[in-house]
Ligand binder design. Structure first.
Ligand code: ZN
Length: 321
């Protein structure tokens, strides 16, 4: 199915229907999110800005070894549809946004920032192709942008058109293929293969940037290692625990490449009492910390021998068994 979608997408395409098929094929239903509530608008843009900055830094720094790359403009996207009723006016004011998917936050120094895209800028078209509106679902226009970007050459510049017709020209910025989102509900942190989601209260609780980076790197690692696909239907506690340890280990490479100390991950796991996922599948804290420490040493010696060394977990992933 993926091959068919790519074949379709190789042609210049402005019709909505083929895109719809690609969209449905490429996007897990679990990504569909409930609307946010007014009480959370307060610091939501601030937490989105933190996640945009940290996520962008991690995604771009490891582009040399990530197996799947996507353009990383440096934005975190919003949509007023995520806010219900009266709350929508508050959000419209907070973001300065209108209709459609818009930049809710911009990573400093990113291609979007350099091109003049600011919070509130609508993403109406990418390289001349309009972002489709497929339903009333609150995040569907955001997800449509993520899917469209993932299909593009990560090493090519981008032309973004806003709803007023202004065109922004973005330098090519390839990065590991993950997008980022803050949610109010659902798991504390999650990765579904394309997206890293952090719950608002978790983001608030992590004031240290390095620790925030550790959590984001852990979730990105799940995406890079294709854990959702590799686990398939067999999500036994033992196999899920293996993916958790793998994500901890790969997070070390993401952190170090982005200039964050891997000790931040250890600090977070020592401090954070409540497991990010169900307890039965959660490796004991000491096991996680030992895995992170061992990986940091292994990475250091691999890079000493070869400055371009790639993580063995990516080049030769062991079977989950
Ligand atoms: Zn995990």
């Amino acid at each position: 199915m993926a091959a068919t979608a790519r074949d379709c997408y190789a042609r210049p395409m402005r019709r909505p229907l083929p895109f719809l098929a690609i969209f449905i094929a490429a996007f897990p239903a679990a990504m569909l999110s409930p609307p946010l509530h007014a009480s959370d608008i307060g610091d939501l843009p601030m937490q989105e800005a933190r996640l945009a900055a940290v996520g962008h830094r991690l995604a771009v720094a490891s582009a040399s070894w990530c197996p799947e790359l996507a353009p990383q403009p440096g934005w975190l996207l919003g949509d007023l549809r995520r806010f219900a009723g009266d709350e929508r006016d508050a959000a419209r004011h907070a973001y300065g946004a209108g209709e459609g998917a818009f930049a809710a936050a911009i990573a400093p120094g990113s291609a979007a920032a350099r091109a003049g895209i600011a919070p509130g800028t609508a993403i109406a078209a990418i390289n001349g192709d309009p972002v489709p509106t497929l339903s009333d679902q609150p995040t569907i226009r955001i997800d449509a942008v993520i899917v469209a970007l993932a299909e593009l050459d990560p090493a090519a510049p981008l032309a973004i058109t806003d709803t007023a017709g202004q065109i922004y020209r973005l330098d090519a910025t390839p990065g590991c293929a993950s997008a980022f989102r803050i949610e109010r509900d659902g798991p504390q942190a999650a990765a579904n293969g394309k997206l890293v989601r952090l719950r608002l209260d978790l983001a608030r609780s992590i004031t240290d940037e390095g620790e925030l980076a550790a959590v984001v790197a852990h979730e990105m690692a799940h995406n890079i290692l294709r854990h959702r696909i590799r686990l398939g239907d067999d999500r036994s506690a033992r196999r899920v625990r293996m993916t958790e340890i793998e994500a901890d280990r790969l997070s070390v490479w993401l952190l170090v490449d982005a200039g964050y100390p891997p000790e931040a991950a250890i600090r977070f796991w020592q401090r954070h009492k409540k497991p990010l996922i169900r307890a039965a599948t959660h490796p004991p804290r000491q096991e996680r910390i030992a895995a992170i420490e061992a990986e940091a040493i292994a990475m250091q010696s691999a890079r000493a021998a070869d400055p371009a060394a790639r993580p063995p977990l990516v080049t030769a992933p062991p079977p989950l068994e």
